[in-house]
Ligand binder design. Structure first.
Ligand code: FAD
Length: 295
């Protein structure tokens, strides 16, 4: 079995050991990742995959950590971060843009504003990367997808064309692959119009969501079997403002739990379980998690 320290000799990108994941999640919660690796290109990713197979250690891709709740004990895994410049590129190709999976959505939208490319403005305010949005179909990014480049967990490159991928509500077939790049459809417009539309979406989001606090966005998916959003349901159950330790159900949007005061993983989980139990008992609703729990 490979020794963990050897990974530093194998890849060209930066490697850190016992890197605190609270530094890499918008919740600011999470213990250390045994290995934190920043590959510089797809070849480096393949080296990490082959190392992980030899060492029998699971891999976890971390984007901007904006949909993650990580255990305080951390992760006994290799966390891959696509933060190197190779994965943050953006380029225009006719009526599409080619973007690296590590590019932040706000950086992609700034690129679109500067070039006057329209069609992705509805993603404004989502604090994630392109890779995270594709894996989760955040902001329904799937409807712009033309192709997605990935590396499989056995280390092979695999190109998905739009027709090969099914995107659903906060899910896609790309989960489980390491997404490296995507081609997204856009339309020619003007910088002024694209910027105005982004501002409109951001204003709407600011009015309803708790964007200024430490959170992972919506905790629960909207339930299918009741005519209420998850936020409306949680509010109607009386949870707005409810606190467990440092975790608090947002006063602005009841589907947001915020880390208001050094919350632990356990504080957030306690609130989640209380809400789920009450939703089940009083409304017979099984609330499914939108946030991903790691560790
Ligand atoms: C204030 C706030 C507002 C939000 N608003 C919205 C919203 O309006 N709409 C919405 O959909 N979401 C929203 N979110 C949730 C979150 O921002 C999205 O789910 C986002 O797409 C996650 O991207 P990320 O890069 O942070 O992914 P992470 O949270 O790091 O990871 C999420 C999942 O994606 C996987 N992943 C990440 N990168 C890759 C990759 N390159 N290859 C393969 N898998 C990958 C991870 O393994 C993990 O399973 C919000 C979150 C916050 C904190």
């Amino acid at each position: 079995m490979a020794s963990f320290c050897n990974i530093e000799k194998i890849i060209r990108g930066r490697v850190l050991f016992d890197e605190p994941l609270k530094k890499h999640t918008t919740f600011r919660i999470g213990g250390p990742a045994r290995v934190w690796a920043e590959p510089i290109d797809p070849k480096d990713i393949k080296e990490i995959v082959s190392f992980a197979i030899d060492a029998a250690i699971p891999l976890e891709v971390i984007g901007n950590g904006s949909n993650l709740l990580v255990h305080d004990m951390g992760l006994n895994r290799i966390a891959i971060s696509l933060s190197a410049p190779h994965f943050k590129r953006a380029k225009t190709e006719k009526d599409s843009i080619r973007v690296g999976a590590g590019l932040h959505i706000s950086e992609m939208l700034e690129y679109c504003c500067q070039k006057g490319l329209s069609g992705l403005e509805r993603l404004t305010g989502i604090p994630g990367t392109i890779g995270g949005a594709l894996a989760m179909n955040g902001g329904d990014i799937g409807s712009n997808v033309e192709e997605v480049h990935t590396i499989t967990k056995s280390g092979r490159e695999r190109l998905f064309k739009q027709k090969d991928i099914s995107f659903g509500y906060r899910r896609s077939d790309l989960e489980g692959f390491i997404i490296t790049e995507a081609k997204l459809s856009v339309k020619q417009s003007t910088s002024v119009d694209v910027r105005a539309l982004c501002k409109k979406h951001l204003d709407e989001k600011r009015a309803t969501q708790d964007l200024g606090s430490l959170s992972a966005g919506c905790i629960f998916k909207n339930p299918e079997d009741i005519d209420l959003s998850a936020g409306e349901l949680v509010e109607s159950l009386g949870f707005k403002g409810k606190r467990c330790g440092g975790a608090l159900v947002s006063e602005k949007h009841a589907n947001f739990i915020v880390n208001s005061d050094g919350a632990s993983f356990g504080d957030v989980m306690e609130l989640i379980e209380m809400i789920r139990d009450k939703a089940k008992e009083e409304r017979s609703v099984n609330l499914e998690l939108e946030v991903k729990i790691l560790g």
